[in-house]
Design a protein around this ligand. Structure first.
Ligand code: ADP
Ligand code: MG
Ligand code: ZN
Length: 606
């Protein structure tokens, strides 16, 4: 109910109350004097009563008092001698009144009924009609034409995804001039599926396609199609395609396609009727339109694996484009896009920042640029400097610094040894990723952190590298145990990571000798896919036990190895922890100095 209509309902309620009040007071208007029965009998006996009309529920009449006739009214009591007395005391005329006519009472009732019906109509029916109008709008897709808004996105705003751009070039050419393709009889894909990890720029790419082609861009999110009411999602899909046809040539974009496009007959509790209908509608529309009409559908998802195979069949989303997380050069290019709007000091070298951000996707890098600008502003600098960029990376990786968190000296010591343990293992183990920074300033949930950065992006990891990672993860816990003879909860995250890594080594990468070069499907995955909960995990209970044993052996082996290593290097561990307590942050050069190593060039970008 919007504000206006609620105000008018309120007004009508007041009017209604007023009318009721008037009716009530009109009925009780004192035209007649109201008398108690006893008073009436007294008057009767005085002989001043002139005439009477007696009905079941009232006696009305006139009496003479001080020479004037006065009307009166009273409520009768059972009085069998009344008629006798009326004769006796000289009432001139008396009569009965027909039981208040059924007509009058019906009219009276109708009057009241009418008021109530009116009120009811007013309050409910009108609301429902309004609601009905809204319900109609409900089935309309909320797709917005975003090309009309200012600031349209172009390909130059999307960096580091050159292959995807190349693949989309054809679509752009088509949208620019659908006629050309028709003349040549070429077949253009109707549906393009962009897939890749979150934040890699899928949404941005789709917008850029529309921007480059200069056509309207209608976007809707898959989650908008999954509504409470069955059929609404399907209606919205229909509407989206209708809008598309009306505005051809244009680009339709469905974000988060997995929200509707999941496997049918899937998930807990069997199918999801609404989603299924919506998905069917998408399939129908996809089959029903021809790209020749100049409409192209692009969808994006992070989870192509859960999509219903029907969506991926030829003639539907038959072009699949993987939007990759950016590599080193890609990250630099993306950073370049995002620092365009901020003022950079000449000392800032984006290639170094790119090297320090392996695994960052476009959204993270946009975040880094933004955080750096905010930090520079907070420090009243005239331009963003390298150190702002560095802090921004830490912030994006681990959350903001929490200097306010108060740590007792003892805790600080534990954290320092814990982090030194990680760092020292990484330093002393050949093949480990170089240590970039060690810190005991808490960030986000972590009390401290050791930042290792690979020298380059990795696409393949060897078994020994993975084992090295296990060693580094164990470093914290082992250091605590060696130094304090006790262990804390601080290693929980490390142990979780180590366990999960060891599990993958055994089950997914086939890296355990006892288990052989076999992958073992994990049942959790299946539930996650929303298919069938009761799915067979594909191996026996005995195998499960063997897997558990292998994982445990791997972790125990790593633990023992680290214990030896750190015990032998106790002096270095102490030195590092001491420096860390003092300075709170150690750079890779400082770590090298403490350990008596030459300042190696490979660790530091700067
Ligand atoms: P996705 O849809 O893949 O989850 P988005 O397209 O929504 O990712 O990206 C979110 C934001 O991250 C974008 O608005 C943009 O600022 C930034 N971004 C992501 N990828 C890139 C890229 N390749 N180039 C430039 N900016 C990017
Ligand atoms: Mg997106
Ligand atoms: Zn740790």
């Amino acid at each position: 109910m919007n504000r206006n209509s609620s105000r008018s309902v309120f007004l009508w309620l007041i009017i209604f109350a007023l009318v009721l009040f008037l009716i009530q007071s009109f009925k009780t208007l004192p035209v007649n004097q109201k008398l108690p029965y006893s008073e009436f009998k007294r008057l009767l006996k005085q002989g001043v009563i002139q005439d009477l009309r007696v009905s079941e529920d009232a006696i009305e009449g006139t009496y003479k008092a001080e020479g004037r006739e006065q009307k009166f009214q009273t409520v009768p009591l059972p009085d069998p001698k009344l008629i006798e007395e009326m004769d006796q005391y000289g009432v001139r005329s008396y009569s009965g009144v027909q039981n208040r006519g059924w007509l009058t009472s019906i009219i009276g009732n109708i009057f009241y009924a009418a008021i109530f019906i009116f009120l009811w109509w007013f309050l409910f029916i009108r609301q429902m009609q309004n609601g009905g109008r809204q319900a109609m709008a409900f089935g309309r897709s909320r797709a917005k034409n975003q090309a009309t808004k200012k600031g349209k996105v172009l390909f130059k705003d999307v960096a580091g995804v050159d292959e995807a751009k190349e693949e989309l070039q054809e679509i752009i050419e088509f949208l620019k001039d659908p006629g050309k393709f028709q003349r040549l009889g070429g077949k253009i894909p109707k549906g393009v599926l962009l897939y890749g990890p979150p934040g890699t720029g899928k949404t941005l790419l789709a917008k850029a396609v529309a921007g480059e082609a200069g056509v309207p861009f209608f976007s809707a999110s898959g989650s908008e199609f999954v509504e409470m009411f069955v059929g609404v999602g399907a209606a919205r899909v229909r509407d989206l395609f209708e809008q598309g046809k009306k505005n051809a040539p244009c680009l339709l974009f469905v974000d988060e396609l997995d929200a509707v496009g999941r496997h049918r007959f899937a998930g807990i509790g069997g199918g999801h009727d609404e989603r299924e209908q919506t998905l069917n509608q998408i399939l129908i529309e996809l089959d029903g339109f021809e790209s020749r009409e100049g409409v192209i559908l692009i969808a994006a998802t992070n989870r192509p694996d859960v999509l219903d195979p029907a969506l991926l069949r030829p003639g539907r989303f038959d072009r699949h484009i993987y939007v990759t997380p950016p590599d080193l050069k890609g990250r630099e290019a993306i950073l370049r896009v995002h620092v365009e709007k901020i003022k950079l000091a000449p000392t800032v070298d984006l290639s170094i920042i790119a090297r320090r951000t392996p695994g960052f996707v476009g959204a993270d890098l946009a975040n880094v640029a933004n955080e750096a600008a905010l930090l520079a502003a907070r420090n009243n600098r005239s331009a963003v400097e390298m150190q702002d960029m560095e802090s921004a990376i830490d912030r994006v990786m681990a959350g903001p610094e929490r200097k306010s968190r108060i740590i007792s000296d003892r805790e600080k010591q534990i954290v320092a040894y814990h982090e030194s343990g990680h760092a020292l293992v990484a330093k002393l183990t050949p093949g480990a990723d170089p240590v970039h920074k060690v810190s005991i300033i808490s960030r986000g949930l972590a009390l401290g952190y050791t930042l290792q950065l690979p020298e380059q992006d990795r696409y393949l990891t060897s078994k020994s590298e993975l084992f090295t990672r296990l060693l580094v993860l164990m470093g914290g816990r082992v250091a605590e145990q060696i130094v304090f003879g006790d262990i804390t909860t601080g290693a929980q995250d490390d142990l979780t990571k180590a366990t999960s890594l060891a599990n993958r080594m055994v089950c997914e990468f086939g890296m355990s000798e006892a288990m052989g070069p076999v992958t073992y499907r994990k049942p959790e995955h299946e539930v996650f896919l929303g298919r069938d909960i009761a799915s067979d995990r594909g191996y026996s209970e005995k195998t499960a036990q063997e897997i558990d044993k292998e994982v445990k052996d791997l972790l125990t082996k790593a633990f023992g190895h680290v214990k030896d290593l750190l015990s032998k290097n106790r002096d270095k561990l102490d030195a590092m922890a001491k420096a860390l307590i003092e300075k709170e942050i150690l750079t890779s050069e400082e770590v090298n100095r403490i350990l008596g190593l030459p300042p190696s060039s490979k660790d530091a970008g700067a």
